[in-house]
Design a protein around this ligand. Sequence first.
Ligand code: GTP
Ligand code: MG
Length: 700
Amino acid sequence: MKIYDGTAIRNVALVGHGHTGKTQLVSALLFTAGVVNRLGKVDEGTSITDYDEEEIQRKFSISAALAHAEWGKAKINFVDTPGYNIFFHEAEGAIVAADAALILVHGVAGLEVQTEKAWELAERHRLPRAVIVSQMDRDRASFERALEAARAAFGRAVVPVQLPLGEEKNFKGVVDLVRMKAFLDDANGSGKAKEGEIPAELRTAADKAHEALVEMVAEGNDKLMEEFFEKGTIPPEDLVPGLRQAVSDQRVIPMLAASGLANVGSENLLNFIVDFLPSPAERGEAEGFASEGGEPVKRKIADDQPVSAFVFKTVADPFAGRLSYFRVMSGVVKNEANLVNFSRGGTERLSHISLVQGKALAPVAELRAGDIGAVAKLRDTLTGDTLGEKGAPIHYPKLKLAEPAISFAIEPKSRGDEDKLSTAIHRMLEEDSLLRFSRDGQTKEFLIAGAGQQHVEVAVSKLKKRFNVEVTLKAPKVPYRETIRGKADAQGRHKKQTGGHGQYGDCKIKLEPLPRGAGFEFVNDIFGGAIPKNFIPAVEKGIVEAAARGYLAGYPVVDFRVILYDGSYHDVDSSEIAFKLAGSKGFKACMEQAKPCLLEPIMNVEITVPETNSGDIMGNLNGRRGRIQGMDNRSGSAIIKGQVPLSEMLTYASDLTSMTQGRGTYSMEFSHYDIVPQHIADKIISASKAAGVGKEVEEE
Ligand SMILES: Nc1nc2c(ncn2[C@@H]2O[C@H](COP(=O)(O)OP(=O)(O)OP(=O)(O)O)[C@@H](O)[C@H]2O)c(=O)[nH]1
Ligand SMILES: [Mg+2]
């Protein structure tokens, strides 16, 4: 393939609610552009961007995927992202590769929970965006209704640049409101369209919509406004650059119609992307930092700048090894280049840089500023790292990390599986920023945490298929934590001085609560060498380890400060291990006084149900210790938002189905930790005691 420079590239991310047809649409666009000679279909497992076994089996996207097509003089890079809420963190990671977002709105369902999340995501990244009303061929699809809903949610900047030619089964093409022509699609599903006059029955609607578009483009552009007032319209030669600028400035959010399955509207959508969405070069500068946490700096997105590239995704392949997806932020990345990993130090050789087409890689000689590609087998580079030319360091912002919502214990099926488990899981953690893996200090169980049950199930399935490690998934666990509400002051002394070489460590510490989310702080307040400097880290280590094992019910203690202020030592008998044990003892003694309590994760929950169910749903949430924060009504549905403890939501999926006869849906994400009410905490603590937690062998 030809090598494109930043002015001829368009990087677009497709984002939106699950099932809106993002993956299908990418397939249609690739087919229309001649990349493949058959229309790939999600339902048949032949789409380009849902290539992973898990995706083919489940028929939805699990991770972000790349594809690209040449169209006219440009190359379009597509970033297909999952819409399903528990995989949405993938969209968060991948959107940094894009310069514009296509937000898909389902032609029948209209706006959904993740539509707004997708919008917020694009807005946070300050990306120009367009709304695509998808699946226009379906029964009861309505462009008009989608427009109303999008305007109500996102404001009047949402303006059609197309009108559908027919709807539902008769969706046959689009009216281009910029050029004021009709484009009737080829009946054989090639995605190509024939230009013609706007049909008489659409003329009035098209004129009105054209006028609305012209007005929106002129607003905020004095020169165009004048022209508009003088002539009553803006001619296409001015409207095209005007609209392009307005999209780039995010003053106008164009709305289009498409069907990925019937492959209607594809040619016009490709033209739209090339004509009206910004190139990386037009975005101008990339923002980064001179050092991790240092001063902000900017780097021009241009070939003549020093090389820098941002790794936005990692794929773990058991055979091919690690595959890193990167965006060239500046300069030209040549094959075989040696680049410094500014985030971790060390140099990486980029052998075999490639373009990515779903699962297929095609080697290229170089990638210019603004382009996207992949490279295999980097040694130490992970997602979120910046690579670049020696002597010109820059650090692009790290990706926002989401918190897992739920954790499960897993059990390796055999000894062989146990041996392979940890290596395999660590490869998977590189690929998925939201998965967490740990081992319970007391029960010795392996714990795996993710965004939801299905997220964890996918991980378990990947472990088996990719890494040949079999585990069983046990009942979900709530990741409780412990903290303190009061201050404490105590001594921890470890002394064993009978016969032979003795052990002696002694510390005095204070404990203080810290605000929620603050974690752990250690203050060394020792004066006059009451404890020799070299033993102080041992005291801290003893405390950290004891805190990780928990005090009340075996959950990690968080949000507290330790002040080490005094102690004593013995010239011969003091050792690191003795001070570690002293630290751990001091910590436990403090915990007794410090009013310890349990913390539980509180989730933001959003539930969509038929309006008639809303009363029952809210009553039910109250019974789950939920706090309702609001309710919206939208075309016959009620959307209820609230905060509910995770422990009360573990069986919600099936309860919601039975309360609404399967018509309710919900999503939830982690919000914060809060104190567990005493009567509930008592039960959790006695259950953990019964399970033997905390009965560790004293470490002496
Ligand atoms: N009738 C019709 N069905 C479509 C169209 N596009 C997609 N579908 C179907 O809708 C379902 C979802 O399509 P996908 O392309 O997987 O949707 P997605 O937005 O990628 O979904 P996630 O990956 O979960 O975010 C599949 O069953 C598709 O066959 C369309 O234009 N018309
Ligand atoms: Mg998809």
